[in-house]
Design a protein around this ligand. Structure first.
Ligand SMILES: Nc1ncnc2c1ncn2[C@@H]1O[C@H](COP(=O)(O)OP(=O)(O)OP(=O)(O)O)[C@@H](O)[C@H]1O
Ligand SMILES: [Mg+2]
Length: 258
């Protein structure tokens, strides 16, 4: 059974999509079968993997709205072991389009048909408290929380922890926190080191040792539609995402999901 990891933080621009793409690619390079699901109507995962969605008839919306099967919307990428379920802007109105009895469970139900085909299913979530984020947390086994070393990082962490607690209480008792990962870390900035120390102080056991540095190769790679781990494997950002993948894989050996 695939391990389903939602990558979530209500704060915008903290590195959720970058982490979703780069970590998916790193898992795939370790030989894991990976499906990346874009639950953000901004649809940036496709661009980051070199896929043009403008002509695609089927995306995650069509699956959620009952217009096609998962297999018809999942795209193979040019990267070995890595598939993508892309999104388009029409996902923004998902809440009004899903008419099943319990719409929050629609994504979870959808995933049951492909879960066996993958070792890891990563879900990139939007920067919102709404339906798409909640559906992702309902479907997930674990949440990975990227924390940008910036102002209001702790407020954002408190908010996502509140949402996770609500989801655990109401919909998904088994949801656990995979961990916090510090992103866009620049050791020259005092604020970055302060925020990192605070997060590590509060959540020592749950904060990954690996920190993702601020690295221009990550931005260049996105522009080229290639994960940074493939685009420039020697870049500090690529090395960090591979190290993060390794940490998660080791952690899995110690704590297998039931
Ligand atoms: N480690 C990094 N070094 C340099 N730039 C980065 C890094 N990580 C992300 N970025 C850049 O920061 C911006 C925001 O990143 P990203 O889109 O991954 O955040 P997000 O949390 O998914 O945003 P949103 O909340 O809008 O979905 C992007 O322009 C991305 O290229
Ligand atoms: Mg994003």
């Amino acid at each position: 059974m695939g391990r389903i990891i939602a990558i979530s933080n209500h704060k915008g621009g903290v590195g959720k999509t970058t982490t979703a793409i780069s970590l998916s690619a790193a898992f795939a390079e370790f030989g894991k079968r990976v499906l990346l699901i874009d639950m953000d109507p901004q649809g940036n995962c496709a661009g980051g993997l070199g896929i043009d969605t403008s002509m695609l008839p089927n995306t995650i919306s069509e699956v959620l709205y009952g217009k096609c099967r998962m297999e018809e919307a999942i795209r193979k990428t040019t990267f070995k072991n890595l598939d993508l379920l892309p999104s388009k802007v029409n996902l923004a109105i998902a809440e009004t389009k899903i008419h099943t009895e319990n719409p929050f469970f629609a994504l979870k139900k959808m995933l049951s048909s492909v879960e066996e085909n993958y070792d890891y299913i990563l879900i990139d979530t939007p920067p919102s408290f709404g339906f798409l984020t909640l559906s992702s947390l309902v479907a997930a086994h674990q949440v990975l929380i990227p924390v940008q070393c910036e102002y209001f990082a702790l407020e954002a962490v408190a908010q996502i922890l509140g949402t996770i607690a609500n989801v655990q209480q109401m919909y998904n008792l088994d949801l656990t926190i995979l961990g916090f990962v510090m992103t866009m870390y620049d050791p020259r900035l005092k604020l970055a080191t302060d925020v990192t120390m605070e997060i590590r102080g509060l959540f020592k056991e749950k904060t990954f040792v690996t920190q993702i540095p601020k690295n221009s190769s990550i931005v260049e790679a996105q522009r080229e539609g290639t994960p940074v781990t493939v685009f420039r494997p020697t870049a500090s950002g690529a090395i960090a995402y591979v190290a993060l993948a390794r940490e998660i894989l080791n952690n899995e050996t110690e704590n297998p999901i039931k």
